[in-house]
Ligand binder design. Sequence first.
Ligand code: MV4
Length: 448
Amino acid sequence: MFKKILIANRGEIALRVIRTCKEMGIKTVAVYSTADKESLHVTFADEAICIGPPSSAESYLNVAAIMAAAEITNAEAIHPGYGFLAENAEFAETCEESNIKFIGPSAEMIRKMGDKITAKETMVAANVPVIPGSEGLINSIPEGKEIAKGIKYPIILKATAGGGGKGMRVVWNEADFEKNWDSARAEAGAAFGNNGIYIEKFIEDPRHIEVQIAGDQFGNVCHMSERDCSIQRRHQKLVEEAPSPFLDQGLREKMGEAAIKAAKSINYESVGTVEFLVDKNRDFYFMEMNTRIQVEHTVTEEVTNLDLIKEQIKIAAGVPLSGNSYFPTGHSIECRVNAEDPYNDFRPCPGKIEFLHTSKGHGVRIDTHVYAGYTISPYYDSMIAKIIVRGVDRDDAIAKMKRALDEFLIEGVKTTIPFHKKLMVDEHFVEGNFTTDFINEFEMGEPE
Ligand code: MV4
């Protein structure tokens, strides 16, 4: 096992990794920007190294500074967390070349899943269901229109370098093809320096259901069942839960097996997530694979009793998996507490936390890096805490979440708590009857 790990991240996930390292007897090195000097990941790590000024580009994305910090401290491995360098193939490659273990998949696996057309071709070859559409890149408008006619409108244009909705356009009829083609191409080119576009049938009102998987260095792959992440706003998840209220055991097993096939087809090493779109007929289609630990890994931990960070570190150290898959017991829900004003278009609200009391008690877990007196920086993501509950069933989990939201007291900044309180009593949410379009219909009303 590793003796020392450097965590190339900040906030709650840096703290999350440090906690597991402590339990495993592994020393930790925190890196931080000057804006994060007072952060808990700096306090709780065994060593801490400043890697630059507040801007991410000069600190948490500064590969040279991070590699220097790892070398100075003799760290044997780097945990990238999520965001920042977690899915950066060049960074993984730099680690490989420096004989520092990147706690994640190889640069090659990251690249394969990062290019969406390559990922899709890989899934077709592996017999994983994909959304009907073009075979690879579209080279011209007439070619695109021909394919669209074949699969029938509505269709969706997607950027091969994309993800997170950038360079994506829904086209409802042939008359609207050209203008959407132009804007998708321009947006993809500007965002990724790659304007390659492909076409898919547009799935209306889908659910976003993803399967947690893990693969070891010996070709064993298992799944840890699914998470429902359909409650999203502008491609940012707000609430995640496990299991999905939409799946029965039969579909769960089928999606789990498909996710295992997907991971095996690239000899996937590490923990990862296979994202699916599920339509009204309960047909599911591969969408993307995330080659990192995700924010919402916690709900899977709550229903499987696994420590996914521990599994990830063990895999990186060469420990074999048992190969057995995991099915959920009970129900878990996570609400993301963001320093944003839900009554004002979820506008970010950085600033000083004047008072804080976090929820406690049976079945409640709070993962956060903030405390009373902490100043939320405008430089980074606005997520300041995750409220995670576990109940015997979905109704129990919702009851616990309502209670936990009432107990979460924060002053000085606006947060998404009022949104979550309204959601937990929404009829459609309570019935488990929601799709990715849910938020567009949701009314916040006026502040109390
Ligand atoms: C789709 C789709 C409908 N049909 N593809 C959104 C981000 C990117 N990962 C893919 N996305 C979508 N792809 C087809 N063929 C709808 C979405 C989509 C979406 C997917 C999951 C969760 C939220 C979403 C919100 C809007 C659109």
